[in-house]
Ligand binder design. Structure first.
Ligand SMILES: Nc1ncnc2c1ncn2[C@@H]1O[C@H](COP(=O)(O)OP(=O)(O)OP(=O)(O)O)[C@@H](O)[C@H]1O
Ligand SMILES: Nc1ncnc2c1ncn2[C@@H]1O[C@H](COP(=O)(O)OP(=O)(O)OP(=O)(O)O)[C@@H](O)[C@H]1O
Ligand SMILES: [Mg+2]
Ligand SMILES: [Mg+2]
Lengths: 264, 264
């Protein structure tokens, strides 16, 4: 998640998830962005859906099992449509009772009982109700980020939101780390931002906060035009260009994530 | 405006505005994004503001004149704070009466009467109430965009929102054009996306829609790391690196915008 736009959230959700599936894990993708970019990226046309995440969140008769579609070997998705933008007002009556944050967790419980190793949730570029629903369900937070100045600015606000959900509805929530995207290691800017970031994370170590153990995950994902090409074919990088640097980086990242014994 | 994140909205608002001011125009910037990135980019610290756009939109006693600050020669700004994220619920009572769209227009009328040649509004990556307020005030829409597949997907939804506002509260609203950002002309992807885009705009010519005359504005803004460095100093590209390719591109863009006799 990250409220900063265009930092690589969707690209990372799709390709890290696919890399984990390639390594043998069963993966469920959930698209919580009304742009429906993860849905497109995984080859599903949002305009032809009979049921989507919107129906699941707003219609008591529709469950996650009804919405789920298979998108590859060991990969399923709960796809989004653009009508998801209306969910914040649809759930307003639940919000008044303080129950709007937990709708996703309630509605996916039966599907998750079928056993997935990883659930990868793509969020919109905001800290609204959809992102909060994702945080209420998640056990770990990955923060895709570009090593740019503007991208660094929103980090503390993002972490505050994670802290609120952790203190409220989801005490086991932790920030696992930062995924550097579109990384250009040779630029001075990247070096400066990484130094700031390292200092920020170091300072959190002694604090009782959900990001005290957060690290910059390795390797960074290098800028690679094939990562921007593959969504137009509805493919992940592993189908589109399995030997390119982008595929290599996401495979390596998946290995370090799996190695950390992620909690799913 | 563009609900797709990270496409260059803030960078274009800041630098196109500054280029127009450099050429002699009086420019007012309005930051409608709770990330407050335009505010940061223009050298104002959002954490030290006594009054911001949030106060102006929610407190009848605060006018735009109270909030405006000078940020350079012929440049002023209405700055944002992160509390702006709460404005959608603050204005909910006005929304019930259908008046929430026009608050920005009402609150800025007295300030705009002082005479600005251009008003540059930076929007968040969503099509919510803040973006709609911008559309209700604006006369022209510029769409910053990256020539990537995912960025192209949201264009028709964005234009539909512009159409709704044009048919509703702002009949004179027009889409002037697309500003290509972080442009890498040599990639195949850029070529394909531009061909799609040209076809889309051509098809709109005979239609009674606010984007019938929209063009791809020239020149495209090339990818240039100095454009990503300058916000960390609170400077536009013209103060930070006035001779770099980024400065050149935004100066040229400003000349073509001024040449079109923009309506402000
Ligand atoms: N490593 C990379 N190299 C090159 N291009 C990339 C890379 N990662 C992502 N992209 C491209 O950059 C753009 C932004 O990435 P993406 O859409 O994944 O970001 P996002 O954070 O999901 O955006 P939003 O905030 O709109 O949801 C997309 O066009 C994507 O194809
Ligand atoms: N032409 C360019 N060359 C290099 N970097 C750029 C260029 N334009 C913008 N950037 C950088 O790319 C990132 C995205 O740009 P920017 O923040 O302006 O986009 P945005 O659309 O305003 O994002 P958001 O959706 O979060 O508001 C920023 O870090 C910015 O500094
Ligand atoms: Mg996305
Ligand atoms: Mg911005």
């Amino acid at each position: 998640m990250n409220q900063k736009g265009g930092v690589g959230k969707t690209t990372t959700t799709a390709n890290l998830g696919a890399a984990l599936a390639e390594q043998g894990a069963r993966v469920l993708f959930i698209d919580l962005d009304p742009q429906a970019h993860l849905t497109l990226h995984m080859g599903v046309d949002p305009e032809t859906l009979e049921r989507s995440v919107y129906d699941m969140l707003t219609d008591p008769a529709v469950s996650a099992v009804d919405v789920a579609q298979q998108v590859g070997e060991r990969m399923s998705i709960l796809p989004a449509e653009t009508n998801l933008a209306g969910v914040e007002s649809e759930l307003a009556s639940l919000a008044a009772e303080g129950r709007a944050q937990g709708v996703l967790r309630e509605k996916t419980a039966a599907l998750l009982a079928q056993g997935f190793d990883y659930v990868m949730i793509d969020c919109p570029p905001s800290l609204g109700l959809l992102t909060v629903n994702a945080l209420a369900l998640a056990t770990e937070v990955f923060v895709p980020m570009q090593a740019h100045y503007l991208a660094l600015q929103g980090l503390s606000k993002l972490l505050q939101t994670v802290g609120l959900v952790q203190q409220g509805v989801n005490p086991s929530l932790r920030v696992t780390g930062i995924v550097l995207c579109m990384h250009e290691a040779q630029t001075i800017l990247a070096g400066e931002v990484l130094a700031d970031l390292a200092g920020f994370l170091e300072a959190a170590r002694p604090m009782e906060v959900p990001w005290r153990d957060a690290v910059v995950l390795q390797p960074p994902i290098r800028r690679n035009i094939k990562l921007a090409e593959c969504p137009s074919f509805g493919q992940t990088i592993f189908t589109y260009a399995p030997q390119c640097p982008g595929a290599h980086d996401y495979r390596q990242l998946a290995q370090s994530v799996a190695g950390m014994g992620a909690r799913g």
